[in-house]
Design a protein around this ligand. Structure first.
Ligand code: ADP
Ligand code: MG
Length: 720
């Protein structure tokens, strides 16, 4: 095994550089080359047909059969002209990742290439192997995928991919996209309603998302020589290297050339696919990087994020690299997140989270700003649950990670504005008064965008013209978080609307009614606002005093989905039925169990088959040495001491692994999924992972480097 490590290290030093050239420095020349979206439809469809499709897409209406046939035929011609042979419905099952099943255009029976409208609109993949949380039993395997025309088709390799939702035969959604689309519709309806209190011209509000994606990159052969990375996506052992991230020299540093080549190439591929990647830089930890796209409508942005992760994986392979999206691949180093920058933008072009120099518009801004904070306050537990996964537990709430407390950071300027508004609660506004001036909201300076202080420790931060949900995990699909966020904001906006109208009906002036409700919200949601260091122990104490929850692990966090409050919330906004929410929660619990189970197995196997034998072999060498020394009459105490230490660690590992296996057997017998997940969390992960790891990591320091079987952190992270 140590041989594998050294072979991998040798290969690494002999790697040729993969040179990458941008096809054209003018990116607009090839941006979206592989996209069949609205513009391509316009170019390839008869004007009458195009009008029909674009209207239907815009108004979320059904596309009739003849039109679907025309679109399918045009898309096929477009794709075949670019070399496509197959098409697939591309969807996002609840397993994570994306799924596809390719069919050829070529129909051997007819002897021609075909692609019918009905095939574009709906397909019936064998759904039996996707998780359904008990909604669909395996014998009733039928589920179907249905075209989402709001996200453009794209050519990936030789396959035309059609973004779709995935639904069981009985109509329950079984994927990430379907509830997201419904939540986006809910927030559109609610936000438009509220906007119309201010401006009747606003007919539609679109939620936008710019997901900043963090990731680690390691050499492919080093990766392959680490079975834990291969099986669990993370290292379960590894002593921290002498140099970690303490020098803070990686962040924004110059990008290593091998990584730079890889970045260039995946960016080019993304651009061709219409993914607007824009920013690249080194992250805080060694070998950690970030890519950020320009924001887009949430659904498209999320499809693009999912596709981008896939592109990155494929391109990395060509460069003999491996991308890690796991939330905590290396102990002792920063974890990996996917910061969800989010805002709401009207069809009149107004970003509702951007303060302006116009006092009147600022009331609209404050409405959305305060209502969002209130929504987070009301549903903090649901937001926490929306980002809960086995992997994200290592990034939030674990020993070296920030706590899993939800709070909102707004910066000192906005704090001052809200304080002022709250304080001026009893200011009497007379006819003819400048209300905005009297309330101190006449000038929220525009410069706030640049002047907003940043807080990297806040899970949910206002960054001048958008909120950034930073707690989302690096490997996660943004849809879960975005579905929750958009639904809770939709709900709070409707409450706001009702409250304002109730006051208007009692004779209050509209603007004052708005201010009154905002003031009330500011007071009620104060507890969720926190401007300090979210990673500090003080905050944990302070949050507890404030009564904020700090749910450390997924099985307990997920309870927030199945409270009556949350179940009803999703029903009210037609996002998910009770059954759907319950099924999803069940699936996520099962997924949690499986992840912990895999990690426990990998950890046990590696410890027993790689580490213990290595430690014993080395110990034997020491024993020979100790005997030799004794024979020569030389003091061998130091060697004997080491032998004893090694024995101690071996014993800890063996006992730990044995007991952990017993606990697993016990846990596997628990039929209730929730209880089984808790057992996996408390009795397996919490009890054994760190104990075993500590002993292994200690051995790593004792055993001869020549013999150590696992690629070390310093090799994984610093050799490129
Ligand atoms: P910051 O410096 O605050 O991180 P950036 O301008 O670098 O801001 O943007 C980070 C991400 O936020 C990018 O993906 C960007 O496109 C996205 N973003 C910017 N404005 C918005 C917005 N109004 N809504 C959603 N995402 C946005
Ligand atoms: Mg970042």
């Amino acid at each position: 095994m140590a041989q594998l490590r050294f072979e991998a290290l040798k290969k690494l030093s002999e790697r040729p550089r993969v040179h990458v050239e941008v096809p054209n420095p003018v990116v607009s020349k090839f941006f979206g080359e592989y996209v069949y979206g609205i513009e391509q439809m316009r170019a390839t469809l008869a004007p009458g047909l195009f009008k029909k499709v674009s209207q239907a897409i815009k108004n979320h209406e059904k596309i009739d059969d003849a039109t679907a046939d025309a679109v399918a035929s045009a898309a096929k011609s477009w794709a075949m002209a670019k070399g496509a042979t197959h098409f697939t419905h591309w969807f996002q099952p609840l397993t994570g990742g994306t799924a596809e099943k390719h069919d050829s255009f070529f129909d051997a029976l007819a002897g021609i290439e075909k692609f019918k409208g009905s095939e574009l609109v709906q397909q019936e993949p064998d759904a039996s192997s996707f998780p359904s949380g008990g909604i669909r039993s395996t014998f009733e395997a039928r589920g179907y995928t249905a075209w989402d025309p709001t996200s453009p088709m794209f050519l990936y390799g030789k396959t035309l991919c059609i973004p779709t939702i995935f639904v069981s035969y009985t109509g329950e959604t079984l994927d990430q996209k379907a509830p997201l689309l419904k939540a986006l519709k809910a927030v559109d309806l609610a936000a438009t309603k509220v906007c119309q209190l201010f401006d009747k011209d606003i007919q539609r509000v679109v939620a936008s998302l710019g997901p900043e994606q963090e990731y680690f990159v390691v050499d492919k052969d080093l990766f392959l020589a680490r079975p834990d990375l291969v099986m669990a996506g993370k290292t379960v052992f590894g002593h921290s290297p002498a140099r970690g991230q303490q020098l803070e020299d990686h962040y924004f540093g110059s990008i290593p050339s091998r990584i730079y080549d890889f970045m260039k190439e995946f960016e080019i591929e993304c651009w061709k696919l219409g993914i607007p990647v824009r920013t690249r830089h080194n992250e805080v930890a060694p070998s950690q990087f970030e890519v950020a796209p320009l924001f887009e409508e949430v659904n498209v942005a999320n499809d693009h994020n999912q596709l981008m992760m896939d592109v990155m994986g494929r391109v990395a392979d060509k460069h003999n690299l491996k991308v890690l999206f796991h939330e905590k691949p290396f102990a002792g180093l920063n974890g990996t997140g996917k910061h969800n920058n989010w805002s709401l933008i009207t069809d009149t072009g107004v970003n509702l989270y951007a303060p302006t120099s116009s006092a009147r518009d600022n009331l609209l801004f404050l409405t959305f700003f305060v209502t969002t904070i209130k929504a987070v306050h009301e549903h903090a537990d649901l937001l926490r649950a929306s980002i809960a996964t086995a992997a994200n537990d290592f990034r939030l709430g674990a020993n070296e990670a920030p706590p899993a407390i939800m709070s909102v950071f707004i910066g000192s300027q906005m704090t001052a504005v809200l304080d002022e508004l709250e304080k001026k609660g009893n200011v009497k506004i007379e006819k003819g008064d400048n209300m905005y001036m009297k309330l101190g909201i006449d000038q929220i300076p525009e410069i706030i965008l640049d002047a907003t202080d940043r807080n990297r420790t806040s899970p949910f931060a206002f960054t001048g013209n958008k909120f950034e949900f930073r707690a989302v995990g690096g490997s996660d699909n943004c849809a879960t978080a975005m579905t929750a966020l958009n639904t809770i904001v939709a709900d709070q906006l409707l409450h706001f609307y009702d409250a304002v109208n109730a006051q208007i009906e009692k004779g209050e002036e509209k603007r004052l009614a708005v201010v009154n409700v905002l003031r009330q919200y500011i007071k009620e949601s104060k507890n969720i606002r926190f401007e300090g260091d979210g990673y500090s122990e003080d905050w944990v104490q302070e949050a507890a005093k404030r009564g904020l929850s700090n749910v450390k692990n997924t099985p307990r966090a997920l309870d927030a989905y199945i409270t009556k409050k949350s179940l009803d919330l999703f029903v009210k906004h037609e996002v998910m039925s009770h059954k759907e929410t319950e099924a999803r929660t069940e699936i996520r619990l099962e997924s949690y169990i499986k992840r912990v189970q895999i990690e426990a197995r990998v950890l046990g196997d590696l410890a027993m088959n790689h580490i213990v034998p290595t430690a014993i072999a080395y110990q034997n060498k020491l024993i020979t040495n100790a005997n030799g020394l004794a024979g020569l009459g030389i003091d061998n105490k130091a060697v004997v001491q080491t032998i004893r230490e090694i024995s101690g660690f071996i014993e800890t590992i063996k006992n730990g692994v044995r007991e952990m296996i017993e606990e697993r057997k016990r846990a596997n017998k628990i039929t209730d999924t929730h209880k089984r997940a808790i057992a996996y969390c408390d009795d397996i992960k919490e009890k054994y992972f760190d104990v075993i790891r500590e002993a292994v990591d200690k051995l790593e320091l004792l055993v001869d480097d020549e013999d150590w079987p696992l690629v070390k952190y310093r090799e994984l992270l610093f050799i490129r």
